[in-house]
Design a protein around this ligand. Structure first.
Ligand code: FMN
Ligand code: EPS
Length: 385
């Protein structure tokens, strides 16, 4: 079993993630973790915070000479912005006299429900942890997971397919072309024409003090048949992927394969015929998105994820001041206008974590060498089926 726990406030000293259960002897690269953190900070529509931060991990346990020890791995990311918040986010000192509390909850954020639930007067005590700043730690954990998966030939990518109602239509089906085109786009959209229109849509929202959401697609290639299980609901990989992706801030929908479109079609236009080429089973189509019965079927896993527009509006909706109970415009915090490209990188790394979890479950072993033995034995069995 692999697991992780994260901690940290958005404007506090920093963020920490502890990853536990990783097999030993896996060579891991700090550069590859930092590269995922860098990708998460990109994307047209982000606010000024990303110009302040330059996320890097500092590893303080679990790795020696560039290899995992099989012990808990601690990764820390410093919040550079903390230098501007030392008084307002002081860990021990009393609050400064001039502290301005946040009392006008933003519709769509955790502010109101969080302040009531935890008995906080200052909504800052909610938003600091509800903030998607924490996705940096989730990405760091996922970046380790994808290095484990890469060892076994499993690779992932994500690209944006819709922003503010502008949809991509022309998406390369070839893997390298897809990655290249997404990387070249400021919104991680592989359709260059749609990408330009998405940028214009974000500008339009920004000019009005408004925000936009969108949809991204994650593709996982190289999974063996048999990750996840139909044997019990909580072992189904489709459910575990959907749950993990839905747990990213602002994610409101997850579709696997054809998703909602499958509900509109005849079965014959949804299900993927089964063929055999003499050495392995093949599917000419992939409406199932690589998952049948909650189990990987050897085809690429395809998941689409919907993100709602950012909650903080520079032209705010009406709210209520929680101190006076009088109607007031919602609070305005420095904010992104669109974070769909960033969320796609978060989603990609979250998916890597969930697939790695299922992979470790299936192939077990305390060291990566033991896992390799188990994978080889399984592959030999699969080849005989
Ligand atoms: C990468 C990323 C960046 C985000 N940036 C902002 C932001 O700048 N301002 C904001 O109000 N919400 C932002 N959000 C969304 C909020 O964190 C989210 O709406 C809030 O936590 C409430 O959670 P819920 O939408 O899941 O209900 C961002 C989300 C993600 C994934
Ligand atoms: C800090 C990050 O995202 C933040 C997520 C976020 C929110 O409310 O979720 C609000 C903003 O925080 P700030 O007011 O400090 O700019 C974003 O910048 C990040 O992704 O690194």
């Amino acid at each position: 079993m692999i697991r992780y726990l994260t901690a940290g406030e958005s404007h506090g000293p920093g963020l920490t993630v502890i990853v536990e259960g990783f097999p030993s002897n896996l060579p891991v690269s700090r550069e590859q973790i930092d590269e995922q953190l860098r990708r998460r900070q990109q994307g047209y529509g982000r606010g000024r915070r990303q110009q302040i931060e330059s996320d890097r991990v500092e590893v303080t346990s679990g790795i020696r000479f560039g290899k995992t020890l099989g012990t808990p791995i601690t990764m820390h990311i410093t919040n550079r912005d903390f230098t501007h918040w030392t008084e307002k986010m002081a860990v021990w000192d009393a609050p400064p006299e001039n502290l301005k509390q946040v009392t006008r909850p933003r519709p769509g954020h955790a502010d109101l429900a969080g302040a009531i639930k935890y008995d906080h007067e200052d909504i800052r005590d909610v938003l600091e942890r509800a903030s998607a700043r924490n996705t940096a730690t989730v990405v760091a954990a996922g970046a380790l997971a994808r290095q484990l998966l890469a060892r076994f030939g499993i690779e992932l990518t994500a690209h944006v397919v819709e922003i503010g109602g502008v949809r991509a239509t022309c998406i390369p089906s070839e893997w390298d072309a897809l990655i290249q085109a997404a990387d070249a786009s400021p919104v991680r959209c592989a359709d260059a024409e749609a990408s330009d229109r998405m940028v214009a849509r974000i500008d339009e929202a920004k000019a009005k003090g408004d925000t936009v959401g969108g949809v991204f697609e994650i593709v996982v290639r190289g999974c063996p048949v048999g990750l996840g299980s139909y044997a019990h609901p909580d072992r189904r990989l489709d459910g575990r992927l959907a749950g993990a992706l839905m747990s990213i801030q602002a994610i409101k929908g997850v579709e696997i394969g054809l998703g909602f479109e499958a509900a509109r079609r005849f079965g014959s236009q949804v299900h993927d015929a089964i063929a055999h080429d003499g050495s392995r089973y093949l599917r000419p189509t992939n409406g199932a998105g690589g998952l049948e019965g909650g189990v990987t079927n050897g085809e690429p896993i395809v998941v689409r994820v919907a993100m709602k527009p950012i909650s903080t509006l520079y032209t705010p909706l009406m709210s209520v001041d929680m101190k006076t109970k009088q109607p007031e415009p919602a609070a305005v915090e420095r904010s992104d206008y669109c974070a769909v490209p960033a969320a796609s990188v978060v989603g990609e790394n979250v998916a890597a974590w969930v697939v790695a979890e299922a992979f470790v479950e299936k192939f077990g072993g305390d060291s990566v060498e033991q896992m390799e033995d188990h994978v080889r034995a399984y592959q030999a069995r699969v080849a005989r089926r």
